[in-house]
Ligand binder design. Structure first.
Ligand code: G
Ligand code: G
Ligand code: NA
Ligand code: MN
Length: 254
């Protein structure tokens, strides 16, 4: 079996699971949102990373089906957690540019929200810069109509894509996620602090919130608070965990 055949079979047999990583307000320590991250557990107990199988799923078109499952399942999980008392929790879902090539994305998002009885404001979609600069009419239209539904957008891995900032003029994002590569050495490298400060200042002047990815220690957290970053994600709080582990995390005092 090669990886592609195994991927096809895994989709058919629903072998995937979703894990969720908290997004934390840096000042208060409050977890207001979770990011859904795909996991593919193997029979030997290991996991294949989405970084390995998502590009393959994109190439062969399987990402449409897989991505739609992620959307549905993430909305259902958020709805279940809201019903358990975490009534303002939001969920973030990563979207592949391939999912925008189908012209029914808006409908799929609406259906996922409706099936979960979740308001659009509970859903954030994470997009990469490469998607945003491939500024085709179809993508622009879809972003606009999703935005009108009330869904919000975060720009993922900011700073690692292309240095074309033109899309920030026209695209209605609410959040910039500063890539982990800038955060992981923030307290070690002299160059990273002014860079991160510049990103945070630029975001603030555009009215965008900032999320720092990959925070692992207290010193980095304190530095980001001092730099004015709004939110964070990282092993400092938690890696992505399965849904049943979330209530304990969400109940944990900051
Ligand atoms: O979870 P982890 O940090 O290993 O994720 C690796 C990469 O896979 C990240 O870039 C993440 O955004 C991406 N990824 C995880 N889950 C999904 C998903 O459901 N859809 C898409 N398109 N990408 C995902
Ligand atoms: O591309 P995206 O930002 O969606 O991918 C997030 C990836 O980073 C996932 O694979 C996730 O498991 C990983 N990740 C999340 N928090 C941390 C962290 O604090 N440190 C490290 N090294 N990786 C992290
Ligand atoms: Na992401
Ligand atoms: Mn990211």
């Amino acid at each position: 079996f090669n990886l592609l055949q195994r991927l096809r079979q895994a989709i058919r047999q629903q072998e995937f699971s979703l894990y969720y990583q908290p997004k934390v307000a840096l000042q208060s320590g409050h977890i207001h949102s979770v990011e859904a991250l795909l996991r593919w557990p193997q029979s030997d107990g290991s996991m294949i990373s989405p970084a390995d199988f998502i590009p393959l799923a994109e190439q062969c078109g399987l990402i449409a089906e897989l991505g739609n499952w992620v959307l549905q399942e993430a909305c259902l999980a958020c709805s279940r957690l809201r019903a358990q008392g975490f009534s303002t929790l939001r969920v973030a879902v990563n979207l592949s540019y391939v999912q925008f090539k189908n012209d029914n994305l808006e409908l799929l998002v609406q259906q996922a929200l409706l099936a979960a009885r979740l308001p659009a404001s509970a859903l954030e979609l994470e997009l990469t810069e490469s998607l945003l600069i491939s500024d085709t009419d179809l993508i622009q239209q879809q972003l606009n109509s999703l935005s009108k539904l009330g869904v919000t957008f975060a720009i993922d891995d900011f700073g690692t894509g292309y240095s074309n900032l033109g899309y920030l003029r026209s695209f209605n994002a609410t959040t910039l996620k500063i890539d982990r590569s800038f955060i992981s050495s923030l307290c070690l490298s002299e160059r990273d602090e002014p860079l991160v400060q510049a990103i945070i200042n630029m975001a603030a002047s555009l009215g965008l919130k900032t999320v720092a990815e990959g925070i692992e220690d207290e010193a980095t957290l304190q530095k980001l608070i001092a730099l004015g970053c709004n939110d964070g994600q990282g092993y400092y709080w938690s890696p992505a965990v399965p849904e049943p582990a979330l209530p304990a995390l969400l109940n944990r005092p900051p």
